[in-house]
Design a protein around this ligand. Structure first.
Ligand SMILES: Nc1ncnc2c1ncn2[C@@H]1O[C@H](COP(=O)(O)OP(=O)(O)O)[C@@H](O)[C@H]1O
Ligand SMILES: [Mg+2]
Length: 267
């Protein structure tokens, strides 16, 4: 079975990408799905912290031939493994053909191990982020109601539009005061993308401001968070189910882990 690949981006940093990636992974894990979290936040990789693990090797070691992909994969939770991209994320872009095919091969060998790969990206509209977004199947932009977050979310959508990679693009309003304000935030952004880019973005739910959801960072056992009966855990559960049923994963195509890696390198 192919691994479903999801990318998580934002214009502005600090809006909740990583917290979302972790909680989404926990939801999928609880649903019995096997998840590979790819920490692609160059220079600021921090997912391991939420799971109380230390990271000694990253993708850069695999590219250098000093480690295999299996060596750098860390099991962080039942059904969740982590790959830390580190500076390897930057180097992915300029591999020679031989290195590149070796990396693609080793990623492909993981294909049967995971139901989902979640790629947690750096903030901002770097060429790396754009290449990642072009290579994932479901593209998720996380944003808050801060003006700078809204304008930066629009900024990244505009760049994706110029590159014609707007399909299956979801906007998830985060830290909102209620589902109604979340929907409203989506509608406002969608109005603008519709008017100026002639494109509708998708809505699969929003996430309310919730200290328990965000406590994934401090918990010794982040899984306990999702079992808590809070608004955010119900919302993220709904979002996970929307993703599970999303049409991009339920129509035949060639996208997979291998496509992801090949895509990054040709972009
Ligand atoms: N829904 C939420 N409710 C409360 N706090 C949140 C929520 N989402 C994120 N946060 C908090 O916002 C901060 C930034 O989140 P983080 O996931 O690190 O953002 P990013 O990865 O986009 O830089 C963290 O302290 C996190 O706990
Ligand atoms: Mg982050």
């Amino acid at each position: 079975m192919d691994t479903r690949v999801i990318g998580i981006a934002s214009g502005k940093g600090g809006v909740g990408k990583t917290t979302f990636s972790i909680n989404l992974a926990l939801q999928f894990a609880a649903m019995g799905k096997r998840v590979l979290l790819f920490d692609a936040d160059l220079g600021m990789a921090n997912i391991h912290i939420a799971f109380n693990k230390s990271i000694t090797k990253s993708l850069a070691n695999v590219i250098d031939g000093r480690a295999t992909l299996e060596d750098i994969i860390v099991n962080v939770h039942e059904n969740i493994d982590l790959i830390s991209g580190g500076s390897g994320v930057e180097r992915l872009a300029d591999l020679n053909a031989l290195e590149s095919s070796a990396i693609v091969q080793s990623f492909s060998s993981l294909e049967s191990n995971y139901d989902y790969m979640i790629v947690d990206m750096s903030a901002g509209i770097t060429s790396q982020v754009i290449a990642f977004m072009a290579s994932v199947q479901l593209k998720i932009i996380v944003g808050t109601d801060e003006l700078s977050s809204i304008s930066d979310a629009y900024g990244i959508i505009k760049v994706l539009s110029m590159k014609q990679i707007l399909s299956d693009l979801v906007y998830i309003p985060n830290r909102v005061s209620s589902p109604i304000t979340g929907k409203k935030l989506y509608e406002n952004l969608n109005y603008v993308t519709n008017k100026f880019l002639n494109h509708d973005i998708e809505f699969i739910g929003s996430i309310t401001e919730d200290p328990i959801y965000s406590r994934a960072w401090q918990a010794d056992n982040p899984a306990s968070i999702i079992s808590k009966n809070t608004n955010a855990s119900a919302e993220i559960n709904k979002i996970a189910r929307e993703i599970e049923n999303h049409q991009v994963f339920n129509t035949p195509n060639n996208n997979s882990l291998q496509f992801f890696l090949t895509g990054i390198q040709v972009n």
